[in-house]
Design a binder for this molecule. Structure first.
Ligand code: XMP
Length: 513
C-alpha cells in the first residue's frame, strides 16, 4: 500500500475515549499514523517502522494488577515516545517511577504552568489544559524531570530529554487544551524530526497508481449505498480504472427524499460510470409488512439485501475484485473487550457471500472519516455528497416507529427534507453532526382551522458528537426549530405535532430504533 513510503507514527491504544482523536490530529498535522492495540508485540511494532510512538489514555490504573501494558522494548527502539494521561503513567511505572491514586479526581479545564522544553516550545507558560484523571505520578523514573504542574498535580508532565521520552497528564488532543495541537506539532516536528509528508493530493496520486498496478485489466464491482464512504470509494476506483469498474446501486425504498435520483444523476451522468440501478423497493416493503419490532426490521432488511444481490449476481457474472468502502475506524482493533449488541448494524455488507470474485479491495481502509471527505472533494464529488451526514444502512425503517407503510414513508421523507432544508438555510449543516426527523407511532388531537385533527407526531433529532458513541443533543436556535415545526405541520399531511428530542446518548441512542 502506498502509505508504507511515508514516515509513520504509531499510536498504541489503551482504550481511552479520545484515542481516535489523537490519531486524527497527527494526520491533520501532515504525518501518517496508525493505531494498534497497546499490548501489541514488539515484532508487530518494529514491522511498522515507527519514527515516533504515542501511548494513549485509558481507563485502567497503571499500578493495578493486570493493567494493560505495552512491550517494554519500545523504550529501547531509539524513537521518541509521548505518553498521554494513562500513557504517561504507564511510562512512569514501566521505567521505574511510581504512580498513586490522588485524593481528588482532577476533571475539566485546568490552569497549568509549563516549563521550557521542546514539547512546549513557543507556548505560553501559563495556560489551560483538559484533565481527566484520578492517578498521579508520585516519583519520577531516573533521567526524568517534571515539566508542568497544576494546583493539585505537581507532576502534570514529564520529560527525559536525552531519550526524547515525554509524558503529559492532560489531553493535548482535545480542544479544551488551549495549545494542545501545538504540543503535538512540537512532538512530531521538533522531537521526532518528521517532515510532514502526508497530504491528500499526494495520497490520491499514489493510491490511483497502486490500484492500477494491482487491478491491471481486471473487473471491479462496487456496491453504492449513496453514503459518503461507498461514493468516495467508487470515485477513487473510477479515477484509477474507469470503465473496468461497475457500480451497483440498490434502491431499497427506504432512502431519503430524492436520494436515489441524485445518486443516479451523479454517477451515471457526471462521472459516466457503468452503473446498475436496481429498484428493489417493492420487495423490501413487502417483506417489512406488518413488522414493528426494531430488531426484526433490521434482520429482514439485512436478509433482503443479500437476496436482491443474489438475484443481480447472475447478471453481473464473475468479477476479479469486490470493492468495499471500509474506513479506518472500522478496522482499528479495539483495545477493550466486546460490547453488548445494542443494535445489529447493517451496511452494504454481505456481498462477499453472493458475488463470485477473487479478492476484496478496500481503498479507504487507512482513512478517517474526515480524510475520506477531503478525498471526496479532491476527486470532484459535490460538497453535499461529501458532507452528507451519516445515514443508517436500514435507512428510514429505523426512523418509523412501528409498522412501515408507504403512507408513513411519504410523511417521513417530506418532514425530514424540510428539517434538513431548514438546518442548511440556518447555515448549520456542517456544525450539527447528525440531524433528521422520526415518525413516531403516536397520534394526538389538534386543531386545524375549525376542525379537530387526530394525526401523527414527528420528532426532530439533532446531535453533536465526536465519535457517535456518546452524543449530546444539539442546542439548535429556537427560530430554526420554530420554522421547521411550522413548515412540517403546514406542508406535510397527517402531521399535527412536532417535538424535539432532548436526550443524550447514553441513555438514549441516536436513532430511535
Ligand atoms: P445509534 O442509534 O446506535 O447510532 O446511536 C449510532 C450511529 O450509527 C448509525 N447507525 C447505523 N449505521 N448501519 C449503519 O451503517 C446501521 O445499521 C446503523 N444503525 C445506526 C446512526 O445513524 C448513528 O450515526
Amino acid at each position: 500500500m502506498p502509505q508504507e513510503k511515508h514516515q509513520t507514527v504509531l499510536v498504541l491504544d489503551f482504550g481511552g475515549q479520545y484515542n481516535q482523536l489523537i490519531a486524527r490530529r497527527v494526520r491533520d498535522e501532515g504525518v501518517y499514523c496508525e493505531m494498534i492495540p497497546g499490548s501489541s508485540s514488539i515484532e508487530r511494532i518494529r514491522s511498522i517502522h515507527p519514527l515516533g510512538i504515542i501511548l494513549t489514555g485509558g481507563p485502567n490504573s497503571a499500578y493495578a494488577p493486570g493493567a494493560l501494558r505495552c512491550a517494554q522494548e519500545i523504550f529501547e527502539l531509539g524513537v521518541p515516545v509521548l505518553g498521554i494521561c494513562y500513557g504517561m503513567q504507564l511510562m512512569t511505572v514501566m521505567l521505574g517511577g511510581e504512580v498513586r491514586s490522588a485524593q481528588l479526581k482532577e476533571y475539566g479545564q485546568t490552569d497549568i504552568t509549563l516549563s521550557p522544553c521542546a514539547l512546549f516550545d513557543g507556548i505560553e507558560t501559563q495556560t489551560r489544559c483538559w484533565m481527566s484523571h484520578t492517578d498521579q505520578a508520585a516519583k519520577l523514573p531516573d533521567g526524568f524531570r517534571a515539566i508542568a504542574s497544576t494546583a493539585t498535580c505537581p507532576i502534570a508532565a514529564i520529560a527525559d530529554e536525552e531519550k526524547k521520552f515525554y509524558g503529559v497528564q492532560f489531553h493535548p488532543e482535545v480542544q479544551h487544551t488551549l495549545y494542545g495541537i501545538e504540543m503535538l506539532h512540537n512532538f512530531l516536528y521538533k522531537i521526532c524530526g518528521l517532515s510532514g509528508d502526508w497530504s491528500m493530493p499526494q495520497y490520491v496520486d499514489e493510491t490511483v497508481a497502486a490500484l492500477r498496478s494491482k487491478i491491471g485489466s481486471g473487473r471491479v464491482l462496487c456496491a453504492l449505498s449513496g453514503g459518503v464512504d461507498s461514493s468516495v470509494c467508487a470515485a477513487l476506483l473510477h479515477r484509477a480504472v474507469g470503465k473496468q469498474l461497475t457500480c451497483v446501486f440498490l434502491d431499497i425504498g427506504l432512502l431519503r427524499k430524492d436520494e436515489p435520483e441524485q445518486v443516479e444523476r451523479l454517477f451515471r451522468e457526471k462521472f459516466d460510470m457503468n452503473l446498475l440501478c436496481i429498484d428493489a423497493s417493492e420487495q423490501f416493503l413487502a417483506a417489512l409488512q406488518g413488522v414493528s419490532e426494531p430488531e426484526r426490521k433490521r434482520k429482514i432488511i439485512g436478509k433482503q439485501f443479500i437476496r436482491a444481490f443474489e438475484r443481480e449476481a447472475k447478471k453481473i457474472g464473475a468479477v476479479d475484485y469486490l470493492a468495499q468502502g471500509t474506513i479506518y475506524p472500522d478496522v482499528i482493533e479495539s483495545g477493550s473487550g466486546s460490547a453488548a449488541t445494542i443494535k445489529s448494524h447493517h451496511n452494504v455488507g454481505g456481498l462477499p457471500d453472493v458475488i463470485e470474485f477473487k479478492e476484496i479491495i478496500e481503498p479507504l481502509r487507512n482513512l478517517f472519516k474526515d480524510e475520506v471527505r477531503r478525498l471526496g472533494m479532491e476527486l470532484g464529488l459535490p460538497e453535499e455528497m461529501v458532507w452528507r451526514q451519516p445515514f443508517p444502512g436500514p435507512g428510514l425503517a429505523v426512523r418509523i416507529i412501528g409498522e412501515i407503510t408507504k403512507e408513513k414513508l411519504a410523511i417521513l421523507k417530506q418532514a425530514d427534507a424540510i428539517f434538513r432544508e431548514e438546518v442548511a438555510t440556518a447555515g448549520l449543516a456542517r456544525d450539527v453532526n447528525q440531524y433528521f426527523a422520526v415518525l413516531t407511532d403516536m397520534r394526538s388531537v389538534g386543531v386545524m382551522g375549525d376542525e379537530r385533527t387526530y394525526d401523527y407526531t414527528v420528532a426532530l433529532r439533532a446531535v453533536n458528537t465526536v465519535d457517535f458513541m456518546t452524543v449530546d443533543w444539539a442546542r439548535l436556535p429556537y427560530e430554526l426549530l420554530a420554522r421547521a415545526s411550522a413548515r412540517i405541520v403546514n406542508e406535510v399531511p397527517s402531521v399535527n405535532r412536532v417535538v424535539y428530542d432532548i436526550t443524550t446518548k447514553p441513555p438514549a441512542t441516536i436513532e430511535w430504533e
